[in-house]
Ligand binder design. Structure first.
Ligand SMILES: *[C@@H]1O[C@H](CO)[C@@H](O)[C@H](O)[C@H]1NC(C)=O
Ligand SMILES: *[C@@H]1O[C@H](CO)[C@@H](O)[C@H](O)[C@H]1NC(C)=O
Ligand SMILES: *[C@@H]1O[C@H](CO)[C@@H](O)[C@H](O)[C@H]1NC(C)=O
Ligand SMILES: *[C@@H]1O[C@H](CO)[C@@H](O)[C@H](O)[C@H]1NC(C)=O
Length: 595
């Protein structure tokens, strides 16, 4: 049994030392199980569900390691009301001396009261999908064009629609109801994810699937109106954490594709609500040269293990005093909120996951994104004719630039580094996020862009021909060397391509060509698109972290389509020609005949 602070777990511990004849105390505990826990406890748990987020069922099922992935159990649907399931488990656990149900009985309990994951969806072919979106015609290389067609066709297999039961009986599901069908990342990521959806939406817009893209955006607007922010993904165990805030940029992409001002007018108050959440709940004051600046950080108020990675979190915290366990869990939730789960970026020292202190790092990319949100909100207000509101966001941009340039920008290096609030120092290691302000075009003097290109060329990040790695440090975590991730390639390439210098534009094309080749080679080998790739292999999927590499894959497809659209006239598959493929078997059999 692991230590923890939740009320129901305290009850399980209490039961442990009681005999079954002490009915009154047992009844007291039982009552406590179904009562709302005190506010302090509630704030520290990932959600209110005593089955999926806290409590003895979660704890025992995850500790028993019945499934390869801890996400499996928390994605199951209940066959009976939560209080019936809790009571049944209580009854079952009474049969065992210390209330610990043995694995075979746990399995029986799960099959009686839970359904396998995934039953809450029906597959759904987006009705706005059609064979030949225009952008395909812009791809000169025949093999890349055929491949782009296959990627475009993947939207059909990644479409999901929730069954009516999710709305009618939310208490039976860990899935969060959303009104419109979605395109999911794929693999273990069965539900929608927040920042992934930005690249998915951009891909859908290229594929001329405007209705599907709008539906996904409307889901996110719905979530902001319900929660005040957008949860990390579509499950209740993500209810207290978000992900990098890309909704405003999704709306911008949609607006550029459709010029739909009415949609913009309807969405804008909700976008501002989300912006306020980040400014109220995710900001921090930082002193620099006697001036106080406000910047943003990831900071989740949950101090227990992540339900979907429960045993990883429990094992990682083993041996720590309770207060440090809670702090570590809080910073793991915050790391998950950053989208970079996990990375040496969030390690305070000694470069291991156990030293994760995400909430104490002021991230360069989050602040670049917030700046871009401020610029975009100013633009939206201008489009809708509200000059005063536009000025308000322009002033926020001015303050943001001053803060980023005082705290994150390093003129000697030519990059924006994450700032550590504990050591009051910049992290000078290479991460693609050090150039996020170039992508966001958030800097005050043009020469800063050129300095950043010089910085990039001076790192060893460009030495790899299969993509830019997430860092140059091999920590064993997913968001470090040797993994390269689609959104980071896109932000880097997009930023370089928008700089005025030809040199930067040429580098953008080189990186686009490398990335397309990596994706294409892996596709030829595996007939699949992966969530990440390994910079060391020619077409090798990435690895490391908490789970197996996943296929599908929403943002990979979105980024590949965007690059194929942007550079389609010049990109080359660089691989084997069709004639080579046809002739090769003949050559091989001829050679064999001579042996
Ligand atoms: C649990 O046990 C009580 C008392 O024995 C019984 O009344 C109840 O039906 C049981 N509930 C479930 C769900 O097994
Ligand atoms: C409870 O009992 C099981 C099986 O007898 C044992 O493996 C486990 O360590 C016990 N747990 C505690 C907390 O005593
Ligand atoms: C945001 O802050 C408000 C006010 O401090 C608090 O009540 C709320 O729980 C916070 N929300 C999240 C998700 O952190
Ligand atoms: C970190 O490593 C140093 C040197 O190896 C060691 O002295 C120190 O105790 C370590 N700190 C922690 C918190 O483990």
């Amino acid at each position: 049994m692991t230590s923890g602070r939740s009320h129901s777990r305290a009850c399980a511990l209490l039961l442990l030392s009681l005999t079954l004849t002490m009915h009154t105390l047992v009844c007291f505990c039982l009552a406590a199980l179904t009562l709302t826990p005190p506010a302090s406890v509630q704030a520290a748990s990932p959600c209110d569900s005593e089955i999926f987020c806290t409590g003895p069922i979660l704890q025992q099922v995850q500790n028993a390691k019945l499934f390869d992935d801890d996400k499996y159990f928390v994605d199951m649907k209940l066959r009976a009301a939560p209080d019936v399931v809790s009571l049944a488990f209580h009854n079952l656990s009474k049969e065992f001396p210390n209330a610990t149900v043995p694995p075979d009985r746990l399995k029986g309990f799960l099959s009686a009261y839970f359904e396998e994951p995934g039953t809450e969806f029906e597959s759904w072919t987006p009705p706005d999908w059609h064979e030949e979106p225009t952008f395909l015609g812009r791809i000169a290389d025949q093999q890349l064009r055929d491949w782009a067609k296959k990627i475009h066709a993947l939207w059909k297999s990644l479409g999901r629609k929730m069954r009516a039961g999710v709305q009618d009986h939310p208490e039976l599901h860990s899935l969060i109801y959303a009104p419109h069908p979605v395109v999911v990342p794929g693999g273990r990521f069965r539900e929608f994810y927040y920042w992934d959806s930005y690249w998915v939406v951009n891909g859908l817009l290229l594929s001329e699937m405007t209705d599907t893209a709008r539906g996904m955006i409307q889901n996110f607007l719905h979530l902001v109106n319900r929660y005040g922010f957008i949860p990390n993904g579509g499950r209740i165990y993500y209810e207290r954490r978000s992900q990098p805030p890309f909704l405003t940029l999704m709306v911008e992409s949609y607006y550029h594709a459709t010029k739909d001002k009415e949609f913009l007018r309807d969405a804008l108050p909700t976008l501002e609500k989300e912006y306020s959440f980040w400014m109220r709940n995710r900001s921090v004051a930082v002193q620099a040269n006697g001036v106080e600046h406000v910047l943003n950080r990831y900071h989740v108020q949950v101090e227990s293990p992540r339900p979907e990675s429960y045993t990883d979190d429990v094992e990682l915290a083993e041996g720590l005093p309770d207060a440090l366990k809670e702090q570590l869990w809080m910073d793991l939730h915050s790391g998950a909120e950053s989208g970079w789960d996990f990375s040496s970026r969030w390690f305070l020292d000694n470069r291991t996951l156990r030293h994760t202190r995400t909430s104490q790092i002021v991230p360069s990319d989050l602040n670049a994104l917030m700046c871009l949100n401020e610029k975009t909100l100013a633009f939206f207000h201008t489009v809708l004719g509200d000059g005063a509101a536009s000025d308000r966001y322009d002033r926020a941009v001015t303050r943001r630039l001053a803060a980023m340039e005082s705290v994150l920008w390093d003129p000697g290096s030519g990059a924006w580094f994450d700032y550590n609030l504990v050591t009051n120092a910049k992290n000078r290691d290479f991460y693609p996020s050090n150039l996020a302000p170039v992508w966001a075009r958030c800097y005050s003097r043009p020469e800063m862009g050129d300095l950043a290109v010089k910085y990039l060329k001076g790192t060893h990040a460009l030495d790899y021909h299969n993509g830019v790695p997430s860092s140059l440090f091999e920590s064993g975590q997913q968001w470090d060397f040797p993994n390269a991730w689609p959104p980071l390639q896109h932000m880097l390439i997009d930023g370089l391509s928008k700089l005025p210098s030809e040199d930067a534009n040429a580098l953008a094309f080189t990186l686009a060509q490398r990335w397309i080749k990596t994706n294409w080679m892996a596709y030829v080998k595996y007939e699949a698109m992966f969530e990440k790739y390994d910079v060391n292999g020619d077409g090798k999927p990435g690895g490391g972290g908490e789970y197996e590499v996943q296929l599908g894959f929403g943002w990979t497809n979105g980024v590949a389509l965007q690059l194929l659209n942007q550079y389609g006239d010049r990109l080359s598959s660089g691989g084997r020609s069709v004639t080579f493929d046809l002739l090769m078997p003949l050559v091989v059999s001829a050679a064999l005949a001579f042996m």
